[in-house]
Design a binder for this molecule. Structure first.
Ligand SMILES: *Cc1c(COP(=O)(O)O)cnc(C)c1O
Length: 223
């Protein structure tokens, strides 16, 4: 199926989910996750009007950046090794996977201007998942004050791989609760207005629970 068709379907689902949750569709941004697909398919997505793209590896990010150029907004969504920061830092507007001080330090050092970052939270506590524990989010963010090239725009999580709607909903609503705790701190460098949550299988639930960025690969550009 054409990306354009899938994008229209997803936008329709977003509209309905927003209606149910009494939210505005404009407050939800779709990130096309192109990690599985060719440069040609990514270009097709760009031509279908998609403005945000996400990649989870530095090679993939660089390769997509070479064909898409500066036209879209690029997001780094995957686990980021400290030594890879220099390969992506000038190409991305957002990093979704900030989860440790050593990474913050490197981003701060390499960035030429302020980078928008999400703190990745391991809400579900699964061993296999990256991200910091919910109770460590506030102390972690408080330690970031000196890294003036970093702005904490929000929190990100990956839900467990399950079809259990209750489990998914609980995961997303917990991230939202942590977000409201961070916002209460009123830190200039951590407005934390965004929630990056929801993928192909769970983006509708994530939006109902407050997602402002959804990261969609399979359902939008294909696997
Ligand atoms: C791959 C990936 C996605 C997209 O996954 P789909 O299930 O294909 O939509 C979203 N977020 C992250 C961090 C990913 O690595």
């Amino acid at each position: 199926m054409k990306v354009e068709t899938k994008f229209a379907l997803i936008n329709e689902n977003i509209k309905l989910a927003c209606k149910r949750a009494d939210r505005q569709p404009d407050d939800v941004t779709v990130i096309a996750v192109t990690k599985y697909v060719s440069n040609e398919r990514a270009l097709e997505a760009l031509n279908a009007g998609i403005e945000h793209f996400g990649e989870n590896r530095d090679e993939g990010l660089t390769s997509k950046w070479e064909v898409l150029g500066d036209r879209p907004v690029l997001h780094f969504i995957g686990t980021l090794q400290t030594r890879k920061v220099k390969n992506i830092i000038d190409k991305v507007s957002y990093i979704h996977s900030l989860d440790r001080l050593s990474l913050a330090k490197e981003i701060h050092k390499r960035a030429k201007n302020r980078i928008k970052c999400f703190v990745q939270v391991n809400v579900s506590g699964e061993e296999s998942k990256h991200g910091i524990n919910p109770e460590k989010v506030i102390p972690f963010i408080q330690e970031l004050e000196l890294f003036t090239n970093i702005q904490i725009v929000g929190l990100m999580t990956m839900a467990p791989n399950t079809d259990d709607e209750g489990v998914l909903r609980n995961c997303f609503s917990r991230l939202r609760k942590i977000q409201s705790e961070v916002k209460k701190l009123n830190l200039e460098y951590a407005p934390c207005n965004e929630l990056s949550m929801g993928m192909s299988n769970d983006y509708i639930i994530a939006i109902e629970e407050g997602a402002t960025f959804v990261r969609i690969g399979t359902a939008l550009v294909g696997e």
